[in-house]
Design a protein around this ligand. Sequence first.
Ligand SMILES: [Cu+2]
Length: 389
Amino acid sequence: MDNRRSFFSRVASGTLFSQASARAQAVLPVETPDLPKLPHRMVNGVKEFHLIAEVVRVELAPGRVMDAWGYNGTVPGPTIEVNEGDRVRVVFENKLPEPTAVHWHGFEVPMEMDGSVGLGQDPVPPGGKFVYEWTLRQNGTFFYHSHFPMQEMMGQLGLFIMHPEKPYTPAVQRDFGLVIQEWALLPNNTVPNSLAMEFNWLTFNGKAGPACTPMIVKQGERVRLRLINIGMDHHPIHLHGMQFVVTGTEAGRVPETMWYPQNTVLVGVAQARNIEFEAKYLGDWMLHCHLPHHMMNQMISMVGPIQHGEHAHHMNGPVEPYPKNDPEKKKVKGYPQDMWMADDGPYAAKPENYGLRETWSAAMGGMMTLVRVVTPAVYEEIQKRKAAR
Ligand SMILES: [Cu+2]
């Protein structure tokens, strides 16, 4: 009788099902805008992935093509998603023109499975293969990348999500992953300059604003964003309109007692940061790196007109002022952002951009995307458009 009473009271209070719903929450897939997932097949209880390093032609923004190095046809590489405790095999193939290997960043695995060339394994030659296999007893936001630095700067990076065995609390309704990268694409080149120290293209998941696909959230949902960074710079990532807490690092979950409110998180090189927030307020909220040069495209001196507007006149004294009425001077698309060029054309058809204010694209440049907290009606319309795509 006591048991029965306790059963019903638990049903009434919702605690009986909280475990089941929490388990469902544990496998809530991570959405990675503009990036695919790497599929796997089960082979005798092992999750087997095939990862191929190769040269990939991508479009950072409409018309800006880059020949970078990625995996399985994308730059950065596709997202790998597994569960804590899984036995995982990655059959790796090198289709690059030089030797490489894959380092599993933050993984607690035997050294010969760590991907550190020279120490744990030999380089995988062009055309060669190597099989990585582990039982993964961690959870959190991890990543994979080549451990050759110049290959990192050519794009060789990807998200590796390990979902926890015991679900995180509180549960989230949306979980997004964003890969931070930077590129030096000099004029008339399609191959990134991996020696560069300043960068003209800054990307989330391989796209520069306004080409980044917004993250769509319903008002009231709890949201997790996972950010990872490999490059030459640390990026202070700022969210508009709401406060968040940092709930995870590259090493796993942060205890709740250590959470404190922020709206900017520094994602340093080789770091991962998970942030979580309640999507309290309707709006198209920017999420961006706050380094000024990273909020624009083409922001290096050798790619565009270095002066603009009245600045030239004031700074240079009574010399010929900047020809404000010369449209040719304003034709370097996206440079710099304060030239204010709204150009919705290439983005209008994207379902996730539905309902944005007409001038939105002018505000977006560089490492910048949107968390769109939308009404049910806008959410439904976006879903309808995605289904029809
Ligand atoms: Cu930055």
